[in-house]
Ligand binder design. Structure first.
Ligand code: DAH
Length: 341
């Protein structure tokens, strides 16, 4: 029995030293020390020994178990260390290698124009406000003095969500005038840029989704000359000093009087060219004095307060600025196109 244990000692220690993975070590542990292992098999024969021999053999067997366990642990530690060293070597980082340049996106040209406009208005003390694109017909139309039956309320023009024509995708940013008047303390100076939606077929100058910027001032003693002076200043900042504007009478239900503002073509100086389609003038926005009915509907006394408002198309402005001739290019978001600006 003593010899059997000696043979087991030599064989096991050798095998443990030669094992090359945690899995094979575990197999060895089961092979030698497991319930059906070799040491257990030897111990089973203890019964054949005399009472005097048994304690010494038992001690020897315990010692052998302890030694095999210790050499397994030692080998396990060695293997772990070797594995860690290999892993570190594999993951070594050469900080002197040139990096890969990340592909950065590009600011959209239209947002360049929008940022420029925001900055101009912020400089004049205006606040930038944001509002819902899913809107109530009440805000998009009724409170703006656009009554039932007005052609812009037709199902052929407007995206409605509900059969009763109550909820829709806003067709203009003008409902932001109402939101501002209902929610804000007076006086108000705000611009509200955002997306608007109309049932238009896509072509070089139309898209069912486009962007507008709404602007509004409400205060005591605000007049049409404030409107003209402010918008002239904005135009000069965008197109340069001395840019000529003209205000043509127009009609909008929510302003009275209403007008459209044109700028003299900055390309040809008014003689007529492809940029202005031979007109000499380019229409940039609709504007007017906020209708007393609209003020009153928002709980503002039109005898005390007055205000002006404007709304302009952002795509058109960007297209003019960057000489983009097809509106679709603005929305296709082809990086090769956007990168040019
Ligand atoms: N909302 C108008 C449109 O989409 C534009 C407009 C005209 C806005 C006059 C205004 C305004 O604020 O005063 O055609």
């Amino acid at each position: 029995m003593k010899e059997a244990m000696q043979r087991l000692r030599e064989a096991s220690i050798q095998a443990i030293l030669e094992s090359d993975s945690p899995d094979s070590l575990e197999n060895l542990r089961v092979k030698y020390l497991g319930k059906k292992g070799e040491l257990t098999a030897i111990l089973r024969q203890m019964g054949k020994l005399s009472a005097e021999e048994r304690p010494a053999m038992g001690q020897l067997a315990n010692q052998l178990r302890g030694d095999i366990e210790a050499s397994i642990e030692k080998r396990r530690a060695e293997l772990n260390e070797a594995m860690l060293a290999k892993k570190l070597e594999r993951e070594a980082l050469d900080v002197t290698m040139p990096g890969e340049k990340p592909q950065l996106g590009h600011k959209h040209p239209m947002y360049n124009v929008l940022d420029q406009i925001k900055e101009i208005f912020i400089g004049m003390g205006f606040e930038i406000v944001d509002g819902p694109e899913v809107e109530l017909a009440d805000y998009n139309f009724t409170k703006l003095n656009i009554d039932e039956g007005h052609p812009s309320r037709e199902w052929t023009d407007t995206f409605y969500f509900t059969e009763d024509s109550r909820i829709l995708l806003r067709t203009q940013t003008s409902p932001m005038q109402i939101h501002a008047m209902e929610a804000k303390e007076l006086p108000i100076r705000m611009i509200a840029p955002g997306r608007v939606y109309r049932k238009d077929e896509v072509d070089a100058t139309h898209s069912p989704m486009f962007h507008q910027i709404e602007g509004m001032v409400i205060d005591k003693g605000v007049t049409m000359s404030d409107l003209k002076a402010t918008l002239n200043l904005v135009v000069e900042k965008i197109y340069g000093k001395g840019t000529v504007t003209r205000f043509r009478p127009h009609h909008f239900p929510f302003t009275e009087p209403s007008c459209e503002m044109d700028i003299q073509c900055h390309k040809c100086g008014g003689k007529g060219c492809p940029t202005c389609k031979g007109e000499g003038w380019i229409e940039v926005l609709g504007a007017g004095m906020v209708h007393p009915k609209v003020l009153a509907g928002c709980g503002i006394d039109p005898d005390v307060y007055s205000g002006w408002a404007f709304g302009m198309g952002l795509e058109r402005l960007a297209m003019g600025e960057y000489k983009i001739t097809d509106l679709r290019l603005i929305f296709e978001n082809d990086v090769r196109f956007l990168e040019q600006f």
